[in-house]
Design a protein around this ligand. Sequence first.
Ligand code: DX5
Ligand code: ZN
Length: 220
Amino acid sequence: MEYILSPSLLACDFSTIGEELKQLEDAGVEWLHLDVMDGQFVDNISFGLPVISSIRRKTNLFFDVHLMITEPIRFVERFAQAGADLISFHVEATSRVQETIDSIHSLGLKAGVVCSPDTDVNEILKYADQVELLLIMSVQPGFGAQTYLDHCTEKIRQARQYLTEHALTAHLEVDGGINASNLKTILEAGADVIVAGNAAFYGGNIVANVEALKAAGMSA
Ligand code: DX5
Ligand code: ZN
């Protein structure tokens, strides 16, 4: 089954980030998932604007920026300047969802809305006709290398059904705990963009890991 792989840089070796990016490109990857955490919306701090601006100068990968920050609208313009192509944000992190979508679009970027595992999927589906991407988290946001939460598969099915019924073209991205073993189930449920952190970077064998994920997708 055709899908877009968006490897999450959170799982890379940051001491050799240039080399990691080159390996991703050699592996034929087109998207890069960038997890931004503020230590407030989630219990972790990752990286932010200076890192994204630096790597923007090194690669033409599509920057899929996943903001896990409180009141994301405050930072939308700065992430646009840093080189984001798409900005997605959590509906749990703000009461200004519509305004934030509009702000992202006004900067010429694609917009995505995200729901955490315990949030009703309808909370993002109500924006499905206005965004370019819906993101269903399949682990609690904040950390890589967690286990996929099985109850999220039903949310993916619901979201795919909604998009089909309403003839909407938004991407349906799933993020957290995905590997070559469970990928098929997630694709068959209706995802078309897959985030992989640990599964893409483990052992530093990025090209081989990406190959394995592509092969697993083919059987779906
Ligand atoms: C978690 C992040 C994910 C995570 C994915 O908050 O949003 O993107 O890095 O990593 P894996 O694939 O290792 O679960
Ligand atoms: Zn993410």
